[in-house]
Ligand binder design. Structure first.
Ligand SMILES: Nc1nc2c(ncn2[C@@H]2O[C@H](COP(=O)(O)OP(=O)(O)OP(=O)(O)O)[C@@H](O)[C@H]2O)c(=O)[nH]1
Ligand SMILES: [Mg+2]
Length: 224
């Protein structure tokens, strides 16, 4: 989190983390397509080969709250391929919240688990708090041979994390996922960073301001 009181500007860093090919970059593409033009900047895909992220992607989002505070959200993705462990750690530094994008396919269960263990390990390494705002998205709900809704519900109960189903290629569930994370991040800003006086809004109002002017939350179908 960066705060500039003179400029009345607050910058938050949110990181999309997960195994290779789970759909992290696709989430950012979909958010870019769903947000009104004034609310987002250019989606930067840094260093990719064959559509695989080698360094990170960055999507900036801009929010103006009623009280005149400018909130900038910087959405990053990490590269999921196993070899990029040290890059993931760098991207994770100073994060204010994490979306873990899991692949719903049964065959990817182990890859999800390994990536999640890696996330916990890296959070510790870069000294992020254990209680950092975090939500889990189960992406690719359109594919066959996926973990059932019931399994997802059980995972949510056991882990105590909010879980969001998604079909990121069609824009389904991506906004809901981000909204879920931002709700937690807002509470964290108020409770851990004592920013209520600066934010001057409550959580639900803040989320309204973030998503003002957004299109309907499903089936944009803009992606291959
Ligand atoms: N069927 C289906 N395919 C998806 C969905 N979301 C993403 N994909 C596809 O999965 C592949 C990988 O998506 P990316 O967004 O590049 O995955 P990533 O997590 O950024 O991958 P890395 O950068 O290598 O970590 C692409 O071919 C996407 O089109 C989905 O909801 N359903
Ligand atoms: Mg990627």
């Amino acid at each position: 989190m960066q705060i500039n009181l003179a400029q009345r500007e607050l910058t938050l860093k949110l990181v999309y983390y997960g195994p290779a090919l789970s759909g992290k970059t696709t989430n950012l593409r979909a958010l870019h397509a769903l947000a009104p033009p004034a609310g987002v900047g250019r989606l930067m895909n840094l260093e990719t080969r064959d559509d695989r992220t080698l360094f990170f992607d960055l999507l900036p989002m801009f929010v103006r709250t009623g009280s005149g505070l400018k909130v900038k959200l910087k959405l990053y993705t990490v590269p999921g391929q196993v070899i990029h462990e040290s890059t993931r750690r760098v991207v994770l530094q100073q994060a204010d919240g994490v979306v873990f994008v899991a692949d719903s396919q049964v065959a990817e269960t182990e890859a999800n688990q390994e990536a999640f263990a890696g996330l916990r390990r890296n959070m510790k390494a870069v000294e992020l708090p254990k209680a950092l705002p975090l939500v889990v998205q189960f992406n690719k709900r359109d594919l066959p041979d996926i973990r059932s809704d019931r399994e997802l519900a059980r995972f949510a109960r056991r882990s105590g994390t909010r879980v969001y189903p998604a079909v990121a290629v069609r824009g389904v569930g991506v906004r809901e996922t981000l909204e879920g994370l931002l709700g937690q991040v807002f509470d964290d800003l108020v409770e851990r960073h004592d920013l209520a006086n600066i934010l001057k809004v409550d959580g639900p109002r803040f989320l309204q301001q973030v998503f003002a002017g957004w299109g309907p939350a499903a089936n944009i179908g803009v992606l291959p």
